[in-house]
Design a protein. Sequence first.
Length: 262
Amino acid sequence: MKHSRIAALLLAASISVPAMAESIAMVNGKSIDKTDLDNAVAVVVQNSNGNVQDSPALRQQVKDTLINREVILQEAQSRKLDQQPAFTKRLDEIRQDMLREALFADLLKTVKISDAQLQDRYNQTQSKFNGTKDIHARQITLGSEADAQKVIDSLKKGAKFEELAKTRSLDPAAKQNGGDMGWGNLARMEPQLAEVLKDLKKGQVSSKPMQTRVGWIVFKVDDVRDAKLPPLEEVKPQIERQLQEEAIAKAVDDLRSKAKIQ
């Protein structure tokens, strides 16, 4: 396991120091306790999905990471970096974000999503999908309308869309996937995009490029199918999160309505 991976996992570790802790290292007079090491190793093992086991080699690697972290922290504090305005501002922002997330978690303790609610939201979503189409499309993003029109002209002459996407598109991902956008439902797309794709049949390319904030885009429809919502069991986690987010939004609205805002 790489040191960087271990270091990232250690950030999530919750470290507690017992009253009579056993020291495993001293860094400029400051002790690193065995409890710190035990907790950090447990985090690494737990997050490895069974690929890493507790071992002397792992403990030495984690110990080195803890020592490096302590050396870095001491040096940063000696330079009083933690007292700089930018640092304290960022620290306050992080604290505010954590407080917000803590409030949301506390609010959700009283939110109980029933199976009936999940089924009802699933049925509502399913009714919106009925009669709509799923589109599997590709795209090529160009820097100007003129460049986009040249690509359209090349496609009309028989050029392969995937190859042009790999060689001409400004989207870095297109070099690997040939501009593949995957499947999307017309009813849930941005109106501008849906308007472009809705009349294209399988294998067709857009006759005019669409202007966006990232450039001019040429589309090709690879396939079209009747929309079909996955079974409830597959989408239950997403629906539950959606209902929880709505509950939080309502709670925030209630708090705002009671607040004195001038």
